[in-house]
Design a protein around this ligand. Sequence first.
Ligand SMILES: C[S@@+](CC[C@H](N)C(=O)[O-])C[C@H]1O[C@@H](n2cnc3c(N)ncnc32)[C@H](O)[C@@H]1O
Length: 233
Amino acid sequence: MHFSPPTSAVETVAPSHGAPPQGHERAFDVAAYRRKLDAFNHSHNYRMDLDALFSVVREMSFTAILDVGCGTGFMVREARKRHPACRVEGIDRFDFDGEGCWVADVCSVDFSWQRRYDLLTMVHAINHLVDLERAIENLNVLLEPGGHLLIANPNPAFVKIIRTLNAYGHLETRGGDDTVVAYLGAAEIDRVVNRCGLDRVLHREYGEAIRCTVHGTDMVIRERELLSYRKRG
Ligand SMILES: C[S@@+](CC[C@H](N)C(=O)[O-])C[C@H]1O[C@@H](n2cnc3c(N)ncnc32)[C@H](O)[C@@H]1O
């Protein structure tokens, strides 16, 4: 469904179906991206992401969820199954035709007229935002005081090590996503999110582990990070 802001809204939302993503000049193949997301959504790793995410969600109290950068709406459907009493919606800049999924670019849309949510989730989406600060400011308008923003993300340290090992021929190259703008870590996300009055209340690493010894210190670097922020008030 496409966003239909009232006429007073300054920035209306252009249906982005088939449009090139920001920062990418070549034509963007939405059908091919959908196939990629479908495979990802049915992978072992994605199941692990959802298990980690819902283990935290289970402990929260909320009535309305918005999944930001929802892709085809896999997470939206899963949340509806697990929390049938809740209003669950998604938003993505591409029209993947997901039920209850809005089509809008969160970096530019004016949400001030919209209804509110007490839980925003972002599953492998925050690294794809071209203007993170603007997106977080916009999304913050949608979040009720006391509400949560929950982010599941690759751990940038893990990504860097895997890429280095690939470059030296020590591992087979894994598939990546070339629409990632930057691999962000907790500290970088904190800086942006804190400015909007949200405080980090959880940082959990999960998934495959790299164990190494650096200058005599043993370290474990895990594949994924889960970050939860609570809005003050
Ligand atoms: C790697 S995909 C993850 C999709 C979904 N969260 C999932 O787990 O299957 C990243 C998604 O973020 C969306 N996205 C990127 N920038 C966006 C923006 N500015 N506004 C809305 N969605 C955006 C992309 O279109 C894409 O569907």
